[in-house]
Design a protein around this ligand. Structure first.
Ligand code: HEM
Length: 264
């Protein structure tokens, strides 16, 4: 009986010894490393899964909550690539090398701005939202500048623009033309310095607002934000109006790019 016990005891010890040897042997170490890697990657995948789920939920929440973002900020972010494209296409002020080219550019602006602004007049809600339409239109300044250059505005070709179907879309269009005034004084300063006397009295379109530029922009942005808060269902229309206006501008100025000095 004692021998039997001794026998089992030795067998158990041998097994333990074998196990210990196996544990430190390179084969088992490799095996253990694989197991560790497997579990590590499993937990990493789980963590990744939870991260994706977490941020997905946050993103979905933000998308649902985008109505609380100021409309002016949404417009700015949404149309930034179109703004970059427009800036690049026009290449202002460097693309204007002579008073004749300047006159041609103003003609092109008038051909676009006049039909755009005519479309705004089809909607009667401006006053209700505190916008004085006459102070926010630019075609009259363009006509004055062209008259100062001795260019007849009547002969200028006009773009064939579909008028905005709603006030909200018109407001989006106004956002684009209001924003375009912001770089105007930089352009006017450069043109006056390079082209001099011949364009001296003809830069109302670019910097006619003078000191009022900043305050007018801030007032307009505040109006946009108020509109976004009170008419959340129309926010998408404002965005589409802004995009359409940028696209109309890109299409209208595209033919001028090859020869910026050509008179239209
Ligand atoms: C006719 C073409 C252009 C259009 C339609 C246009 C449109 C806009 C718009 C919509 C904004 C407002 C962005 C915002 O929501 O803050 C803006 C801002 C601005 N644009 Fe243009 N832009 C035009 C050309 C230019 C050019 C050629 C310049 C450069 C000389 C320029 C310089 C600026 C500047 C400095 C701002 C202010 C950016 C800021 O406050 O962060 N833009 N423009």
């Amino acid at each position: 009986m004692r021998e039997k016990k001794q026998f089992f005891f030795e067998k158990k010890n041998q097994k333990l010894l074998l196990l210990r040897v196996a544990c430190v042997s390179p084969g088992w170490t490799r095996c253990r490393t694989h197991a560790q890697k497997f579990f590590a990657s499993f937990f990493q995948k789980r963590r990744l899964f939870f991260l994706v789920r977490h941020f997905g939920a946050v993103y979905r929440y933000q998308m649902q909550d985008s109505d609380s973002t100021a409309l002016s900020a949404v417009l700015r972010a949404d149309t930034a690539p179109l703004h970059r494209q427009t800036e690049h296409l026009l290449g202002l002020p460097g693309s204007i090398g002579s008073p004749a080219a300047y006159g041609a550019l103003l003609c092109r602006f008038l051909g676009l701005y006049e039909p755009l602004e005519r479309g705004w007049h089809l909607h009667g809600e401006w006053e209700r939202f505190g916008i004085e339409l006459a102070a926010r239109t630019h075609a009259a300044h363009l006509r004055d500048d062209l008259a100062a250059l001795g260019v007849a505005a009547e002969d200028v070709p006009r773009a064939d623009i579909r008028p905005p179907a709603s006030f909200a879309q018109a407001l989006g269009g106004m956002y684009v033309l209001e924003g375009a005034t912001l770089g105007g004084h930089v352009i006017a300063r450069d043109l006056r310095a390079r082209l001099g006397a011949p364009i001296a009295g003809a830069t109302r379109f670019f910097d006619g607002r003078g000191q009022a530029l900043g305050p007018m922009w801030h007032t307009f942005r505040a109006t946009l934000d108020r509109f976004g808060e009170t008419m959340p269902q129309d926010r998408a229309l404002v965005l589409s109006g802004a995009r359409d206006t940028f696209r109309a501008m890109l299409a209208w100025f595209a033919p001028c790019r090859a020869d910026p000095v050509a008179v239209p």
